[in-house]
Design a protein around this ligand. Structure first.
Ligand SMILES: [Zn+2]
Length: 353
């Protein structure tokens, strides 16, 4: 899969460096991480679905005309997750793909409402993700944590349900660390979700809403003030507001930047116009992420290569980028130190060879 993703603007040995670099990923969606192999397996299990079973045809199916089209396609894949076994298979296989890219730690955004609404038993759903998490850590060495997100397009009913699933002590999975808000932003104002974020934060969860991906900087301000965001999903339009950039930099609020995703959904016209450079120049803590990698024809390693080109980074710069993601994560201090040490050891050995 990685061969076709090699960015021609990046030296080959930098690609090799990235491929072996230990990494953390903070913005990546559960269903959106389903590779064509996993999707075709799920589509074959559920033949009434309109999703193609042929991996070649899936490539065309995953070519989007705009953000609304992306949401439609995404929801058709969501519709393939119908049983606890589907949930476990997806989660475990996604972790396998991450481990192949040397991802040591990932906060995977899960939308439990999509599954419980389909009639999957909520307890069985939690058991399936936790079972996959423990197996992935034991077998692949990849530590997974969960962010439960509200699917914005499904309205306040979904917000209530997601909050309940995230805060009920009998249901809340051990791996849950944060609470998010995804889906379209246009027509889905952030402030209406304040009561739900208040409850999630009171229950000890971190606030990580999407904001400023397809709407302007005011949405990011809303996420900061009303939803008390600790990190911002995308935050792309922050670049249009110098005061906001200064605020993000001063408060050390990281942006979860997903370059290829922004192009695929037409949130940004081209990679060369991507504002990641402006974020770095303004002193904002940037983390690099893949969002819905197979759907956007990318993976985390490719996003690091893209970042290397856009930001002009060498090996040390890439290692710093990887360490920033570890720092911006909700992993505990010993866990952060372990991955940071691993990044330093790997980089020193690479540069010495
Ligand atoms: Zn996202």
């Amino acid at each position: 899969m990685t061969e076709h993703l090699v960015d021609p603007g990046v030296p080959r040995d930098l690609h090799a460096f990235v491929a072996g670099l230990p990494k953390a990923e903070l913005h990546v969606h559960h269903v959106g991480s389903a590779s064509p192999r996993i999707v075709s397996e799920l589509a074959a299990r559920h033949p009434d679905s309109k999703v193609p079973t042929d991996p070649e045809a899936l490539v065309d199916y995953f070519t989007f005309t705009d953000f609304a089209h992306f949401i439609d396609v995404y929801l058709s894949v969501v519709d393939l997750i119908r049983t606890p076994e589907d949930v476990r298979l997806l989660t475990y296989e996604v972790a396998r793909d991450m481990a192949r890219q040397q991802v040591r730690y990932a906060e995977l955004t899960i939308t439990p409402f999509s599954s419980t609404r389909r009639g999957i038993d909520e307890g069985a759903f939690m058991d399936a993700i936790e079972d996959a998490r423990k197996a992935a850590e034991a077998e692949f060495g990849t530590v997974l944590r969960w962010c439960f997100d509200i699917p914005g397009e499904a309205g306040l009913e979904s917000a209530e349900e997601t909050t309940r699933l995230a805060t009920d002590d009998r249901l809340r999975p051990e791996g849950l660390v944060s609470f998010g808000l995804g889906g379209p932003e246009i027509g889905v104002a952030r402030p209406q979700f304040k009561p739900y974020f208040d409850r999630a934060i009171a229950a000890g969860l971190h606030s990580v809403p999407h904001a400023g991906e397809t709407t302007g900087p005011q949405t990011v301000w809303d996420a900061l003030t009303d939803l008390r965001a600790e990190r911002i999903g995308h935050g792309t339009s922050s670049a249009r507001d110098p005061e906001l950039l200064a605020h993000l930099a001063e408060r050390r609020i990281p942006l979860e930047v997903c370059p290829t995703s922004n192009i695929a959904t037409r949130a940004v016209r081209s990679l060369d116009e991507h504002p990641v450079k402006e974020f770095v120049r303004a002193g904002v803590l940037v983390t690099i992420n893949s969002d819905d990698p197979p759907m956007f024809g990318t993976d985390l390693n490719n996003e690091y290569a893209v970042a290397a080109r856009l930001l002009g980074l060498d090996e040390r710069g890439l290692a710093d980028l990887a360490k920033d993601a570890v720092e911006a994560s909700f992993l505990d201090a010993p866990g952060k130190a372990r991955i940071t040490d691993e990044i330093d050891t790997y980089t020193a050995a690479w540069l010495a060879s």
